[in-house]
Design a protein around this ligand. Structure first.
Ligand SMILES: Cc1cc2nc3c(=O)[nH]c(=O)nc-3n(C[C@H](O)[C@H](O)[C@H](O)COP(=O)(O)OP(=O)(O)OC[C@H]3O[C@@H](n4cnc5c(N)ncnc54)[C@H](O)[C@@H]3O)c2cc1C
Length: 399
């Protein structure tokens, strides 16, 4: 018996993370049953563990998907910026963010996909993708056998690394999504004193070209981890480095599990992310914020933009109009977040050059101020004040 409802689809979305789920749901809703749309992933999107600290801005999320308490672990009201000597500045803003339960969040969008008429399979490993004539051919391992299907359009939302599409010759020149992968690792742990409404970020050479973090989960457990720059030098394994950090700073902590992942921090180079009916979305299109490394809302937005362009592509009556639809995906992304990511990517080197001493000086000054005076502007100003050389370096990206 055939595993898929059809051998031929208008659009196949590869990967059911935030980017693929959002792309499939948007496309399903926009085409209202008039197109055959297939969403594939090798695992159920709600299957734990999900390699993520799960923090998002409430406003930016709710602009893209209705916030429902069923997939929220808790609200956030601020960020602690902590220096190497553990001076702590606090940015306070009531209800500014959310810690999601990403597994449940994915299920909510997946339900939206099914309701919009998208055919979803979450036990389907895409093994190969190739261009034949004017269609894309996919080899998919599903239901214990390899199936061949074809699509007019493919959305690659398979996350960082882009193994599926990086060696396809006709895609040369588009965003490869496989460079500048930054290693990230975290533990789920108990016994760490923390504020349930704050995330805490640790800066300094210990987390070279990246940062450490504690994100609350349910009031008892925390997500504690770090991301390092792609060229960061570290002795021993990342896992050991994390366990050493926890043992030194939180000797009472009980580590329940450790997970590692990669963050696609190619950082916005304005390369096209669509060609020949192949569109990339989310981490596969390097849409992660280059400094904060947040990628959930970014992937949702990118998935939505890509789906809207795919709809135009499918409706187009000429090759020129299809190419226009492909170009529009990048233009819309650049307008919404892409341009600011390019600026942040340039500022990243400057930020990475701040010394431990400079972080300590800035955080110490800020920590002496009352909380209501610790606005993001003051935090930024104080970091600059502690490192005058940055003002000079920053000229290059402010212009
Ligand atoms: C440790 C860590 C912490 C993070 N914390 C945060 C945070 O707090 N806030 C934030 O905003 N961002 C965070 N991020 C970034 C965020 O997780 C990603 O940017 C986001 O998940 C990207 O979504 P995506 O849909 O592009 O890709 P993914 O979420 O990676 O989804 C890709 C999907 O494709 C599937 N897939 C891949 N290959 C195949 C194949 N061949 N066949 C079938 N299926 C396939 C995978 O199974 C997966 O479900 C973090 C990342 C890491 C690594």
């Amino acid at each position: 018996m055939a595993f898929f409802a059809s051998k031929k689809y208008d659009a196949v979305v590869c990967g059911a993370g935030p980017a693929g789920l959002m792309a499939a749901c948007t496309l399903g809703r926009m085409t209202a049953g008039a197109r055959r749309i297939l969403l594939l992933d090798k695992k159920e999107p709600w299957k734990e563990p999900i390699f993520c600290a799960e923090a998002v801005s409430r406003d930016r999320l709710s602009a893209l998907w209705p916030v429902d308490p069923s997939f929220v672990r808790g609200p956030l009201s601020g960020i602690y910026f902590t220096s190497p000597k553990r001076y702590r500045a606090e940015f306070y803003s009531k209800d500014c963010g959310l810690i999601l339960d990403r597994a449940r969040f994915h299920r909510s969008i997946s339900d939206g996909c099914a309701a919009a008429g998208v055919e979803c399979h979450y036990d389907a490993l895409i093994k190969k993708l190739e261009r034949t004539g004017d269609r894309w051919q996919l080899s998919v391992m599903a239901g214990g056998q390899t199936e061949q299907i074809s699509a007019a359009v493919v959305i690659d939302a398979t996350g960082p690394g882009c193994r599926l599409t990086r060696s396809i010759e006709c895609l040369q020149g588009i965003e490869s999504g496989d460079a500048d992968l930054e290693p990230a690792i975290f533990a789920v742990a108990e016994g760490i004193e923390h504020s349930r409404e704050h995330i805490e970020l640790f800066f300094g050479s210990e987390f070279e070209s990246g940062y450490g973090w504690i994100f609350p989960r349910d009031g008892v457990e925390v997500n504690i981890g770090f991301v390092l720059g792609k060229d960061a030098v570290h002795q021993g394994s990342l896992r050991q480095k994390l366990l050493d950090f926890i043992a030194r700073d939180y000797p009472q902590a009980k580590v329940k599990a450790v997970y590692g992942g990669m963050i696609a921090c190619t950082g916005a180079n304005a390369k096209p992310f669509a060609k020949g009916g192949l569109f990339k979305a989310g981490d596969a299109a390097s849409c992660v914020n280059p400094i904060s490394r947040s990628g959930i809302v970014e992937s949702l937005l990118c998935g939505k933009i890509v789906a809207e362009s795919v709809k135009d592509w499918l409706d187009a009556d000429s090759q020129a109009n299809r190419e226009r639809a492909e170009a529009k995906a990048l233009a819309r992304w650049m307008e919404s977040l892409g341009k600011s990511h390019v600026q942040l990517a340039r500022a990243k080197d400057v930020f990475n050059s701040i010394s431990d001493k400079q972080f300590d000086r800035a955080a110490k000054r800020l920590s002496a101020m009352p909380r209501e005076k610790q606005t993001l502007f003051r935090i930024f100003f104080n970091v600059l004040w502690a490192c005058p050389s940055l003002i000079w370096k920053m000229r290059s990206f402010l212009h």
